[in-house]
Unconditional design. Structure first.
Length: 78
């Protein structure tokens, strides 16, 4: 599911730095000092929220929610 693929040049540099650091076995904590890190983080969280919203939309029916039958009613009827 594609949400967004537009990142600024600075944001791309931050992502590249984090990935290279992790691939080398390091930690991305130094990337948080980069001026574009907050922007990347906000974008990722927004994309995550949109994905969750899309999943929730897919689970809802146009018919609505139907309640399950009550066991007591089934026993009385049966």
């Amino acid at each position: 599911m594609r949400i967004s693929n537009s990142f600024s040049e600075g944001e791309i540099q931050v992502l590249e730095f984090i990935l290279q650091t992790l691939l080398r076995g390091g930690t991305p904590s130094m990337a948080t000092r980069n001026k574009d890190f907050a922007s990347v983080y906000r974008k990722v969280m927004t994309m995550k929220k949109r994905v969750e919203e899309k999943k929730a939309e897919a689970k809802t029916s146009s018919v609505g929610t139907v309640a399950a039958a009550d066991d007591d009613l089934q026993r009385k009827a049966g």
